[in-house]
Design a protein around this ligand. Structure first.
Ligand SMILES: [Zn+2]
Length: 143
C-alpha cells in the first residue's frame, strides 16, 4: 500500500467520510528508522505511526499502526497480509484470522485516524520532504 492509496477512502467505507473529517491530528515526532522516514502522530486518545519504505512521497510503500480498537479489529489482519502492518507482534489475535464482523471483505485500508494521517501528510508533503532531506543529510554527516 502506498501513501496515496491510504489517503483515499475506499467506496465501501464512504459512509466514514464525515468521521475522517472530524479527526484532529498532530505530529508528535519525525524520525528515521534504518534510513526510512517514520512519522508519529496523535489524535489525542490514540497514537498513529507511518513508516515510509523509501523517500517521503505519495507513491512510496508504507507500513502503518494505530492504537485504536477499529484498527485492531478491522484492519490489522489485511494490513498484515499485505506486509503493511507496523508492530505486527502487538496484533497476535487479529493477524491470525479474517475479521468475522467488521471489514469482512478485507478491504486494504486503515482506520479513520490512519486515513486522516495519510491525507495530512500528503497535503503537507513538501514540508515533510524538506524535514527528511535535512535529517537524512545530517545522518550521513554524522558517519
Ligand atoms: Zn485508529
Amino acid at each position: 500500500m502506498i501513501l496515496k492509496d491510504l489517503a483515499t477512502i475506499p467506496s465501501a467505507f464512504r459512509d466514514r467520510i464525515e468521521k475522517v473529517k472530524q479527526v484532529n491530528l498532530r505530529v508528535i515526532n519525525t524520525s528515521i528508522i534504518i534510513q526510512n522516514p517514520h512519522i508519529m502522530l496523535s489524535s489525542g486518545k490514540y497514537s498513529q505511526e507511518i513508516l515510509f519504505l523509501g523517500e517521503v512521497d505519495p507513491d512510496t510503500s508504507i507500513k502503518i499502526y494505530c492504537s485504536c480498537p477499529s484498527f485492531n479489529y478491522e484492519f490489522a489482519h489485511i494490513l498484515n497480509d499485505n506486509e503493511c502492518l507496523l508492530h505486527s507482534q502487538r496484533f497476535k489475535i487479529a493477524v491470525r484470522k479474517t475479521p468475522q464482523e467488521k471489514n469482512q471483505k478485507n478491504i486494504l485500508t486503515g482506520c479513520k485516524h490512519c486515513i486522516t494521517a495519510a491525507q495530512f501528510i500528503q497535503k503537507k508533503i513538501d514540508r515533510f520532504q524538506k524535514i527528511y532531506k535535512e535529517k537524512l543529510n545530517d545522518n550521513i554527516n554524522i558517519r
